[in-house]
Each structure stands twice: as C-alpha cells, then as structure tokens.
Design a protein around this ligand. Structure first.
Ligand SMILES: [Zn+2]
Ligand SMILES: [Zn+2]
Length: 348
C-alpha cells in the first residue's frame, strides 16, 4: 500500500516559515535548486541538476528574470559547477516558470533544449505572435459568459508573463518512453498530458526516483484548464495521466514545486478523488438550477481563496478549470450545452 509522506523536510520547514528552501544534494550528483518566482503563491520552481563526467543536465529552468538567473547560477555553483558546464535542459512543460530561462541557458552554454512536441508546437503563438491567441481567449471567455466589461482584462491577463520567457525553440523532441541522454543516469520520459498537452514526468528506475514536474504536487492540485492551447478534454487526459503515473511508485518523488515526497500512487489517487468531488459539486449546482454559464458556476464554486479577491489571471484560471470539468461531464454524457455566446450548461 502506498501512503503519502513528505521526504523533503528542509523544504517543508522552509515552506512553513515562508522562506526559500536550501540547495540540496538529493542523491550523489543530483541537486535540487530552488529558483524564486516573485509575487506568486508557488514561491519557487525546483530545478534539478544531474552531474556527469561530460557536464550538467538540468530539468526545468525557472522563469526569465535576473533574480531567477542569479539563483540558478548560484545553485549550480553550490553543486560545484558553472552555467557553462550545462549540456542539456529537459523541460517538463511549456509554462514560463519551467521554460522561461531555457533559451538564456542555451545562449550561455550551448546546451540542447528538450521538450515534448505537443508543447513545442504551442511556443510561437504563446510567446512570440500572441494576437491570435488573445483573440481566441476573448472568444472563449465570451462563450463562458464572462461580462463584456471584464472580458478584455481577463483575455490579456497572461501577457504580463510573456516577458518572463526567453523565446527559444527546442533542439530535441522528447516523447513518451524516450530514454534521455543523461550520462550516468537511466532517465526515461513519461508523457502525462493534462496540466499542459505535452507535460512530461521523468523516471529513473535504477535510482528509484521520479521527477513529477507540475503533474503531481504534494500540497496543491495543479491547474487543469480548458483553452485553445489544450487537447479537447484536458481533465479527462489529466485523470488518465494520474492513473498512468500511479504505476511508477519509486522511493521518492521530486516535484517542480513545494517539497519532495513519497507515496505517488496515494497522492495521485487523492488528486483523482478531488476532481471527482468537484464534478459532483458542479452536477449539484446544475441540479439546483440549469442553463448556467461556466462563469456563473465558477463564481459559485469554492476556491482556495474568495473568488472576488483573485487577480484577473487567477479568475481566468478558475474559469478554465470549471470549463475543463464541464467538458469532461459532456464527454461522460452527464451534461449538455446550448448555444455558444454564451454556452448554457444543463444536466442531461
Ligand atoms: Zn505548469
Ligand atoms: Zn510550475
């Protein structure tokens, strides 16, 4: 039986004290480097550095600010290396806190960048030529029933993070089951779509470690949103990916945020249960009152903080999350929709 247990004790103490955790050597030659994300409840991303005779391979990169760049350089120095030793950057997914600095690392060291093709194909419209993406987001919010006066603020809410990514196309495509080129380690990719279409976890069955990116975190439930840069049923994919990852029970999970833990299957089951409860909650709201918009339902659902106190970007993520649940209920034949501007959802 798998049971959940925190193993990153220094990280957990730092979390409780609202501090950035230390750089740690997790296994001989494997380092955990916290890279700060200022003004964000996630606080930091955990970058992992694998040492070998031929250089350093990083997993994830942090976002592109001078503070993050400084922290990453200092962390690599603590590990006894330097940025110019980096030969590869494996990125678990496209989000700016993981991808942002990859290009700057490549510019400095000549390292290759590896990403799943489903995320790589989204980079251009997400970080370079964003007009089309913003207009599709505006349409999606109108379909959700977001009032016209707040729609533009929500539609453009993610553009502030554009500057936190050094745009760089990957050099290598990493797909499900690929063995990764990390000398001295037996790292293999596991494709876990849901949080993003091309999200990757990495497993080393010899070292008995699994790097979970944002797919499974010990404390929070990662955002699963429906939007135009997702597959048609992202929550369905996410639940399948949770079931899939549950088969890879290792000694320790190294997540992209928060702290290390063991009990991957137990945590994955908890996340599955959380979403199933959420689906029931939405069905109950629709049973009270049908022909509701996603935006109505979003405001009525319970969130970790009051909806009205959330910033635009958080409100948009909450709406995307509600939509992902509604879409899964449609796929399951529990809910139907009428119209498109806005779409009205009812129980079947
Ligand atoms: Zn993410
Ligand atoms: Zn993240």
């Amino acid at each position: 039986m798998s049971h959940f247990e925190i193993t990153g004790h220094a990280q957990k103490s730092a979390w409780d004290a609202n501090e950035i955790p230390p750089v740690e050597e997790v296994r001989p030659g494997l380092w955990s480097i916290p890279v700060p994300i200022p003004n964000n409840p996630l606080r930091y991303v955990l970058v992992y550095a694998f040492e070998s005779n031929s250089g350093i391979t990083l997993v994830d990169a942090g976002w592109d600010t001078d503070e993050a760049w400084g922290a990453l350089n200092a962390g690599i120095a603590t590990a006894g290396g330097s940025m110019t030793d980096v030969t590869g950057v494996i990125v678990t997914h496209i989000h700016p806190d993981h991808y942002g600095l990859a290009g700057r690392i490549r510019d400095t060291s000549g390292a290759w960048i590896g990403l799943h093709p489903a995320d790589a194909s989204l980079l251009h419209e997400r970080y370079e030529d964003t007009d089309d993406l913003v207009s599709r987001m505006g349409n999606l919010l109108a379909m959700s029933g977001v009032p016209e006066d707040v729609n533009p603020d929500l539609a453009t809410a993610s553009m502030q993070v554009k500057s936190l990514v050094h745009m760089a196309l990957p050099d290598r495509s990493i797909e499900d089951g690929d063995a990764l080129d990390v000398p001295g380690w037996n790292l293999n990719a596991i494709w876990t779509p849901g949080h993003s279409p091309g999200h990757l976890c990495l497993v080393d069955p010899d070292a008995r470690l699994l790097l979970s990116g944002d797919h499974v975190l010990p404390r929070i439930s990662p955002n699963i949103s429906f939007h135009s840069q997702q597959f048609p049923n992202p929550l369905g994919d996410y639940l399948d990916s949770l079931a899939k990852i549950g088969f890879y029970e290792m000694d320790e999970v190294l997540p992209g945020h928060e702290y290390r833990f063991r009990g991957l299957k137990a945590r994955a089951d908890e996340l599955i249960a959380h979403h199933e409860e959420r689906l029931v909650e939405i069905e109950q709201l629709l049973a009270q009152d049908d022909r509701r918009t996603a935006w109505d339902l979003t405001q009525e659902l319970k969130w970790s903080r009051p909806f009205n106190s959330m910033e635009h970007f958080m409100q948009r993520m909450a709406n995307g999350e509600t939509l992902a649940h509604l879409v899964l209920l449609e796929f399951r034949g529990r809910v139907s929709r009428d119209g498109n501007a806005p779409a009205l959802f009812s129980l079947k």
